[in-house]
Design a protein around this ligand. Structure first.
Ligand code: ARG
Length: 456
């Protein structure tokens, strides 16, 4: 096929060079943004009398027909074209003739591609934010259901202090709420229009960049044309947000995997979100959670690939930048899938509070409360800590727990111990008394739930 840029050269490139150079097989997914951008460009050219009103109408009608034909499937991408920008311009010229050749006035593929990516990622971030919103609200609903289910809280994966399952879930709701905030911060810098930067230096035509930006829903324009065509910060920034989001999903996945093992059995995943083994008939595997954990590495890889592509590039556009898109697209696709699967898995899992309670009763997780009991009776914390530790060791030796150790033995450690101690170390008391803001008590978890819901 004749190259649109044939002129200085005859454009007769080797097939392998064409294949290597071409990006249409992945950038075709930006067709809607590309066409919408071109419509705004044609309107601007007419508004500034660079082309006639009639030509603009012809261009816009032609672009509209391409858009609807692509959408209804009557037009398919020509993989012989170099990229989506060339494809649209070629079909346009085939359809409306010579006027089609006026579209690229005062524009370059360099600012065009930068515009398309910003618009594409703007749409994707909105969609991903909606998915996050759905996930956070599912987590919050589950937290409300289990706001008084006592389980062990862990540090070093060792039973530490009693908490509620609702409190644990709300920790993740907070993380995902921050992820939403990060994406929305990133969108502020993303939503700035590069179009009109042209190849690198701006243009001699009397264009109106702000007209075009406004038509396309941008808040502002890039103020330096070299930066306008070279900047991919918004891509790296969004992928960083995604990497952090995936890290959160991955930590949560790890816990789901642990919790659904026979060793814990704090939750039973729904059959709809588990798989079986081809050989072991008893297996019910948490594949969804494992895949989310696995795909986290993939999204980190996308971020690293992008940063590495950009790190050595002189200003302004370099063809290396064509490599940005597959990382971005892969990260968007992966995040979208993971969020949807994860939300389904959390929404349908069945927590098992009896098992959580059993685990909570076995690990001396009220030892801090025992020490606090002595502190409230006047002992300095460090001394109380030591006595409590000795009592735990004694319990272990005697096969008892703090709740079943007789008072007369307690008294051999300190005469501050009295009958009221059993109420103080009761697990429900331990949870209920943790009323500090952000703590695990039911009232505190309720206010966390309210905060998250108000912020959604
Ligand atoms: N397909 C190219 C890309 O994705 C479009 C920009 C091409 N610009 C150029 N000067 N060759 O980066």
């Amino acid at each position: 096929m004749a190259k649109m840029w044939a002129g200085r050269t005859d454009g007769a490139t080797e097939k392998i060079a064409d294949d290597f150079n071409s990006s249409i097989h992945f950038d075709c997914r930006m067709y809607r943004q590309d066409i919408t951008g071109s419509m705004a460009h044609a309107a601007m050219l007419a508004a500034k009398n660079i082309i006639s009103e009639k030509d603009a109408e012809t261009l816009i009608a032609g672009l509209e027909s391409i858009l609807s034909d692509l959408e209804n499937g009557s037009l398919v991408f020509d993989m012989e074209c170099e990229d989506i920008h060339m494809f649209v311009e070629q079909v346009l010229t085939e359809r409306i003739g010579e006027v089609g050749k006026k579209l690229h006035t005062a524009r370059s593929r360099n600012d065009q591609v930068a515009l398309d990516i910003r618009m594409y990622l703007r749409d994707e971030s909105e969609y991903i934010t909606d998915l996050l919103k759905k996930l956070v609200s599912t987590i919050t609903n589950r937290a409300e259901e289990y706001k008084s289910a006592i389980m062990p809280g862990y540090t070093h994966l060792q039973r530490a202090q009693p908490i509620t399952f609702g409190h644990h879930l709300m920790a993740y709701a907070m993380m995902f709420l921050r992820d939403m905030g990060r994406i929305s911060d990133c969108k502020k810098r993303m939503n700035v229009s590069p179009i009109g930067s042209c190849a690198l230096a701006g243009t001699t035509y009397d264009t109106d960049r702000r007209f075009e930006a406004k038509k396309l829903g941008f808040d502002d324009i890039c103020l330096n044309s070299l930066d306008g065509v070279s900047d991919r910060d918004f891509c790296a920034e969004l992928l960083s947000c995604f990497a952090i989001l995936m890290m959160h999903l991955s930590r949560f996945s790890e816990e789901i995997i642990l919790w659904s093992s026979w060793e814990f059995k704090f939750v039973e995943l729904s059959d709809a979100f588990t798989t079986g083994s081809s050989i072991m008939p008893q297996k019910k595997n948490p594949d969804m959670a494992e895949l989310v954990r696995g795909k986290t590495g993939r999204v980190y890889g996308d971020l690293m690939a992008l940063l590495t592509t950009l790190k050595g590039l002189p200003l302004a556009y370099n063809k290396d930048m064509q490599e940005d898109k597959e990382s971005i697209f892969d990260a968007c696709d992966t995040v979208k899938m993971c969020l949807q699967v994860f939300e389904g898995m959390i929404g349908t899992m069945k927590p098992i509070p009896e098992n959580m309670k059993k685990a909570a009763q076995a690990g001396f997780i009220n030892a801090t409360d025992l020490a606090d009991y002595l502190v409230k009776k006047g002992l300095p914390f460090r001394s109380a800590y030591k006595i409590s530790g000795q009592i735990v060791a004694r319990c272990i030796a005697d096969g008892l727990v703090l709740e079943t150790m007789p008072l007369d033995i307690y008294k051999t450690y300190s005469d501050l111990f009295d009958d009221d101690l059993y109420g103080e170390i009761d697990l429900s008391t331990c949870v209920e008394k943790r009323i500090s803001e952000g703590g695990t008590s039911v009232t505190s978890v309720e206010s966390q739930i309210k905060f998250v819901r108000d912020n959604l």
